[in-house]
Design a protein around this ligand. Structure first.
Ligand code: FES
Length: 118
């Protein structure tokens, strides 16, 4: 587990980045924490610098939106999901588990079908 910090120190609607094997952005939204890859699946912008609304973050570079709960993009230009990570809060301090479950898909099933049909 990677220590993120005190939940009270992460403003609502903001994110902090911790370093796992890759940078992980931990977002604070309406009292809940969500951890996703900080790097956009499109062209490597930092999602922690994006805009948060309705539990989604909009990439600051080309405006693809990602669901903070699932990592799924809502539309172009991003086609691949970003990974999500479990967050645990103990005594007001947040920790993120940087281990990616191998069964977690990073490509939406509909996009897999589109790719295989090409
Ligand atoms: S870099 Fe994120 S949408 Fe292009």
């Amino acid at each position: 587990m990677i220590r993120v910090g005190a939940v009270a120190d992460i403003p609502d609607g903001e994110a902090v980045v911790v370093q796992g094997e890759v940078p992980i952005a931990v977002f604070h939204v309406d009292g809940e924490l969500f951890a996703i890859d900080d790097t956009c699946s499109h062209q490597k912008a930092s999602l922690s610098e994006g805009w948060v609304e309705d539990c989604k973050v909009e990439c600051p570079l080309h405006a693809a939106c990602f669901d903070l709960r699932t990592g799924m993009p809502s539309g172009p230009p991003a086609k691949m999901a970003v990974r999500t990570y479990p967050v645990v809060v103990t005594d007001g301090v947040a920790f993120v588990n940087p281990i990616v479950e191998p069964s977690v898909p990073t490509v939406p099933a509909t996009l897999v079908a589109d790719i295989s049909a090409a």
